[in-house]
Design a protein around this ligand. Structure first.
Ligand code: MN
Length: 321
């Protein structure tokens, strides 16, 4: 496990300068940070003449198809590569089926901002204070003296917009905003990024979000809110998992709620999203159930069993004290 300030940037930049063939990958169920930082890094390394493949187990979520180069994300590719890079992964298993390809690379680099994570790879550039991996990639570009194209800037901005909930989370620092200002000057279009990520929901998604919120349960004197997005609802509303991403933030928006839990039912288990504010640490809560994440945003999986759900809700109540 690693914890602390930023480390590994110099070694990473030095290695990337010399790299010729690069595999970039990221975590399963990719979010905007995973996709945006992968594609941003791809554009930057290609501008330096390197051969780059981007491979992700689950491809790109349809919400991120607007990002320049999204079509380049494959689910399989042929090496060899001298360098493999995993972005936004707190452990090597997060890359899913790409693990074997990643491990086939001569040098493996991890670029990540999770506060607590499992070490892996030969080089690690870690910065738990970065709001998004995109912020770290912007720094790499700077250090590589790479010209950031408008396409690369758009991808990096999307990464940061996603992981900051559109600049709402306490992870946003002056450095985050400076990086974003530079990206916008470079040609990134903040309005189109925000439109694409937050303002293109389909009607079923909005209706299902309403149903999940209608079913909201409040416990611990209104400090804990939780709800379930059931398989039945996904069927009824014709929606997919990522359509209800924002429900957990709506739960947390209730005045007085300090921990919000969204359980998404899958064919085999529950995919659990945990969010918090103030002093409630949901990263450690997630770790109790085999998951992980950030202090205020984390996740885990749970068996599809009411007892397991009760156990999680009770554990969350204990976090509140
Ligand atoms: Mn991230």
């Amino acid at each position: 496990m690693t914890e602390g300030g930023a480390s590994g940037l110099d070694e990473t930049v030095e290695h990337l300068n010399a790299a010729a063939t690069v595999l970039i990958t990221t975590h399963v169920n990719p979010d905007g940070d995973a996709i945006g930082s992968s594609l941003g890094l791809m554009h930057i390394l290609e501008s330096l003449g390197k051969c780059v493949d981007v491979v992700a187990q689950d491809g790109f979520g349809q919400r991120y198809g607007f990002l320049p180069g999204a079509g380049r994300i494959a689910t399989i590719a042929d090496g060899p590569w001298d360098t493999g890079i995993a972005v936004d992964c707190g452990g090597i298993d997060r890359v899913g089926s790409v693990k074997a390809l990643l491990e086939s690379c001569s040098t493996v680099i991890r670029i990540d901002h999770h506060p607590v994570s499992e070490r892996f790879g030969d080089l690690e550039y870690l910065d738990p204070r970065a709001a998004a991996v995109g912020e770290m990639i912007a720094l790499i570009a700077d250090r590589l003296d790479a010209a950031v194209s408008p396409e690369a800037a758009q991808c990096l901005l999307a990464s940061i917009v996603e992981d900051t909930g559109c600049f709402q989370f306490d992870s946003v620092s002056p450095a985050t905003l400076r990086v974003c200002a530079t990206l916008v000057e470079t040609g990134a279009d903040l309005h189109s990024v925000v439109q694409a990520i937050y303002w293109r929901n389909n009607p079923g998604a909005v209706r299902m979000g309403g149903a999940c919120l209608e079913a909201m349960r409040l416990e611990q004197d209104g400090r804990l809110a939780w709800t379930v997005a059931s398989l039945e609802d996904f069927g009824r509303y014709g929606t997919v998992q990522e359509d209800v991403d924002e429900v957990v933030h709506s739960l947390l928006s209730v005045d007085g709620v300090e921990i919000a839990i969204l359980l998404r039912e899958t064919e085999s288990d529950y995919r659990v999203s945990l969010r918090s504010r103030s002093t409630a640490d949901v990263a450690s809560l997630a770790r109790q159930f085999g998951g992980g994440g950030h202090f205020h945003a984390a996740g885990c999986r749970l068996p599809r069993d009411p007892d397991a759900v009760r156990e999680l809700v009770d554990a969350a109540a204990r976090v509140l004290g």
